[in-house]
Design a binder for this molecule. Structure first.
Ligand SMILES: Nc1nc2c(ncn2[C@@H]2O[C@H](COP(=O)(O)OP(=O)(O)O)[C@@H](O)[C@H]2O)c(=O)[nH]1
Ligand SMILES: [Mg+2]
Length: 466
């Protein structure tokens, strides 16, 4: 026997057994299908925390020949205390044979000690044909919980409750596709009630699950801020530019901008995938429009501010040695801010190549590194960009937090959600914008990063609860 509880999830085909298993074990690899008979052999799925199994659910094929099975059990007169023995005799008689292949498959784990979770569809009326299955399950003598899955609504839930109460010690409504995190925990508490020896075990597991969720949300906030930082500081090196005359620049610029955008989207997706892995999703396809930054936000040709310099500055540099020297002299003295704020060392390298100012190298003040790499594009200057990135990341994270692992649909992220940043109070927006700007300058170790992580965590913490 295992030292953790095992439950066999049983019932008619197509009532959401596999969905229940996927949702409760947070495993999107469980096979769920509208085609009945998809699950042919029992499969075990564990919920694991910290490398320890909390419980295991057995996904079973569902009853196919309940009537014949019960008829066989009844062929001999059996007193109530001998019924489990009789069920074992059934397993012995038919294991390895085709005739009761599904019944053997689903009864085996139960007779090995698994508790029973019986799943029915609460949107279809009750009918006595289910009594055969329920009777067989009663014969096993195992602790039994019935779950009413309101697949297409809860029209017949009460009717079902009346019937189920007679066969099961506990009856609960549970929607594997929409149950919140709290409803999951409630159900686990119910599991604990099914077997009084396991109550404490489940109480512990619930506490741990809550703790884990906090940790994961903190981790999620870290990932989101890290991705944000990557996106708002991203610069694209374009060394071919150095060799090109300016008239050719315009020709290849669109390609460079689209390469920049491609990279932004890659970085964003990478962050999303880290988050999806954190919440144990393996093949989500989020449906969200591409992130798109336009050329004018990256460099403004018409304004001549290729390098973060305005026209006047560029003219100064390109005017020739004397003017550039003068500028640098200025930079060393009063004009330092002009050079530090707008121009990076790499840019100077690029400028020198472009304007034939290689001699600049020797004249640069020590604090200004000279290298040949040029950063032609980025970072995105529009402060709104931070909001766009944050809004999209939050929408993606929230959509996942309320999602069930039984959900087979694409992860839909509606654009209004993505715009949620715009509905924040103005004061909050201003504060966030400042923090994003600081994040850009101070990086992930700075105070702003810490504040942003706390803010993101606050935005996530109540999602998927209640
Ligand atoms: N709308 C809805 N569909 C569900 C729900 N539970 C299961 N389904 C669908 O019903 C079909 C059968 O589900 P599955 O879990 O494979 O049932 P099983 O045969 O009992 O294991 C799948 O297409 C599921 O997506 C539910 O609560 N709501
Ligand atoms: Mg199934």
């Amino acid at each position: 026997m295992s030292d953790y509880p095992v439950f066999a999830v049983v019932g008619h085909p197509n009532k959401g057994k596999s969905s229940v298993v996927a949702a409760l074990t947070q495993n999107d690899q469980v096979k769920i299908s509208p085609v009945s008979g998809t699950t042919r052999v029992s499969q075990r799925f564990a919920l694991r925390l910290d490398n320890r199994t909390v419980f295991e659910l057995v996904d079973t094929p569902g009853f196919q020949r309940a009537n014949q099975c019960l008829a066989w059990l009844n062929e001999e007169p059996v007193s109530a205390d001998q019924r489990p023995v009789r069920v074992n005799a059934f397993l012995q008689a038919f294991s390895g044979q085709r005739r009761f292949i599904d019944e053997v498959e689903l009864l085996t784990p139960i007779m090995q000690g698994a508790g029973i979770i019986y799943v029915i569809d609460g949107s279809l009326p009750y009918s006595p044909e289910y009594e055969t299955e329920m009777e067989i399950l009663r014969w096993t003598g195992s602790p039994r919980l019935a779950l009413i899955n309101p697949i297409g609504g809860d029209l017949y839930v009460e009717q079902w409750q009346q019937a189920l109460n007679q066969y099961f010690s506990l009856v609960r409504v549970f929607d594997p596709l929409h149950a919140s995190f709290d409803q999951h925990l409630q159900l686990l508490r119910t599991f604990g009630q099914l077997d009084t020896q396991k109550t404490a075990l489940f109480d512990d597991a619930i506490e741990e699950l809550e703790h884990y969720r906090q940790l994961k949300l903190q981790q999620a906030a870290r990932i989101i801020v890290e991705t944000l930082h990557g996106l708002i500081t991203f610069q694209q090196s374009s060394s071919p530019f150095e060799q090109l005359a300016r008239d050719q620049l315009t020709a290849i610029l669109p390609d460079e901008v689209s390469r920049f955008n491609q990279k932004l989207n890659q970085m964003e997706r990478d962050g999303q995938q880290q988050l999806e892995a954190l919440f144990l999703y393996h093949h989500l396809e989020p449906e969200i429009a591409r992130l798109e930054v336009h050329q004018t936000e990256l460099m403004d040709l018409s304004q001549w501010s290729f390098w973060g310099l305005d026209k006047k500055q560029l003219v100064l540099v390109s005017a020739g040695a004397g003017a550039a020297l003068g500028l640098l002299a200025d930079a060393g003295l009063g004009g330092a801010s002009l050079m530090t704020g707008a121009v990076s060392g790499g840019v100077i390298g690029g400028l020198s190549g472009w304007f034939g100012l290689d001699w600049l190298k020797d004249k640069l003040p020590a604090w200004m590194p000279f290298n040949k790499e040029t950063h032609l594009l980025g970072p995105v200057s529009d402060p709104n960009f931070s909001f766009v990135v944050l809004g999209r990341a939050l929408s993606h994270a929230r959509a996942m937090l309320v999602r069930s692992h039984a959900d087979q649909n694409k992860l839909a992220i509606n654009p209004e959600q993505a715009n949620a940043m715009q509905s924040l109070a103005l004061k909050e927006q201003v504060r966030l914008l400042k923090q994003c700007r600081q994040l850009q300058n101070d990086g992930l170790q700075g105070k702003a990063a810490e504040k942003l992580r706390a803010w993101v965590y606050g935005q996530l913490v109540d999602r998927g609860r209640g």
